[in-house]
Design a protein around this ligand. Structure first.
Ligand code: HEM
Ligand SMILES: CC(C)=CCC/C(C)=C/CC/C(C)=C/COP(=O)(O)OP(=O)(O)O
Length: 305
């Protein structure tokens, strides 16, 4: 007897999966994993896997709650109108319940299985993204992503604390790197989807302060990112392998932010430098955190100091 094997998950499962913003969260999870792998000491692989699963569940749950709250806003923006809620493929209450369930599960499992400090920071970052950023800051101030960006900066700290059980300067620096990276990452994108945010009344920086001010601020954060990204090397937390990679990547990021910072655009501009900077921002963070893990692996094997 022949059976047809379904090649795709049922639509409702795909929609729940989409609620977790999987593409964005892949980098969130990767930075969490790198924090865990770069931390001094060791963790049992099963517990390490559990910690990363909890970061994924917590970040995904917070993203679901973000979309539950913003379903009407998302319906009004071209970029987000096809998401499961605005497209009518899911009930709003189902998205809320799913978000609460996997967020709560992530914190409890992290606490019981790994340690309560990492569980506490995970809970803080979920509340930070779903409540402080989404409900409070995003509709109110153009500094929303500067302050709210803190939420996305926690995962490497959580991964690190999952191993060590305490907070030191190194994981705080990893937090600061993502904190400084978030404004240029997001504002580069906001420059080319400006009208979307203006249409739904979200006070993103280019809408409120204008393009010129946003461009200058992107540059300022890209400048600050150079010493902050190299700081783990300066304090002796890594070797020159990470240090050189951090400087090279950050200077490339700065170079790409230059044409964004000092140009004016007309109505028909294709926004190539802004799109390039946004694209590179993602490669930048993947490569920087990968360099950190390679550096620590080389040191642990005695190949570098
Ligand atoms: C408040 C902070 C942030 C804001 C407002 C923001 C906003 C955005 C937006 C609007 C997009 C476009 C893609 C989409 O529509 O889903 C995007 C893409 C992306 N973001 Fe962010 N982001 C933030 C922080 C982060 C952080 C902390 C990470 C990871 C560490 C991250 C990783 C990514 C990635 C990987 C993409 C590309 C996704 C794709 O290829 O579709 N973002 N971000
Ligand atoms: C562990 C944990 C909870 C991590 C959280 C990670 C985090 C805060 C990531 C931020 C990423 C993100 C998708 C922002 C989108 O902003 P938006 O929601 O304003 O974007 P939108 O306009 O696409 O809805």
């Amino acid at each position: 007897m022949t059976q047809t094997v379904p090649t795709q998950l049922p639509a409702d499962w795909r929609d729940f999966f989409a609620l977790t913003k999987p593409r964005v969260m892949s980098l969130v999870i990767f930075t969490g994993l790198c924090g865990l792998l770069a931390a001094p000491g060791s963790i049992h692989p099963v517990l390490g896997f559990t910690a990363i699963l909890c970061i994924a569940l917590g970040a995904g749950g917070a993203a679901a709650l973000n979309q539950w709250w913003e379903a009407d806003l998302d319906a009004g923006m071209k970029r987000t109108s096809k998401r499961p809620l605005p497209a009518g493929r899911l009930q709003r209450t189902d998205a809320r319940d799913f978000g609460v369930l996997i967020s709560a599960a992530s914190v409890v499992i992290m606490g019981l299985g790994v340690n309560w400090l990492s569980a506490g920071i995970l809970a803080l970052s979920i509340l930070y993204y779903a409540v402080v950023y989404t409900i409070w800051l995003k509709p109110r101030t153009p500094q929303n992503i500067v302050i709210g960006g803190g939420a996305g900066a926690f995962p490497p700290l959580i991964g690190w604390v999952a191993v060590t059980g305490h907070i030191t300067l190194m994981p705080v620096l990893l937090f600061l790197i993502i904190f400084m990276w978030t404004p240029p990452h997001f504002w580069a994108l906001a420059l080319f989807v400006k009208t979307d945010y203006a249409n739904v009344g979200i006070p993103m920086m280019p809408v409120v302060k204008g393009e010129k001010s946003t461009r200058r601020q992107i540059f300022a954060y890209a400048v600050l990112l150079v010493p902050v990204a190299a700081a783990p090397w300066f304090i002796g937390g890594t070797s020159y392998v990470y240090g050189i990679a951090a400087l090279a990547l950050s200077l490339a990021f700065l170079a790409l932010s230059l044409p964004v910072a000092f140009r004016q655009t007309g109505e028909t501009d294709t926004m190539k430098p802004e799109k390039r900077l946004f694209g590179f921002s993602i490669i930048y963070l993947f490569a920087l955190f990968a360099a950190l893990v390679v550096d620590r692996a080389l040191a642990n094997n005695g190949w570098i100091a």
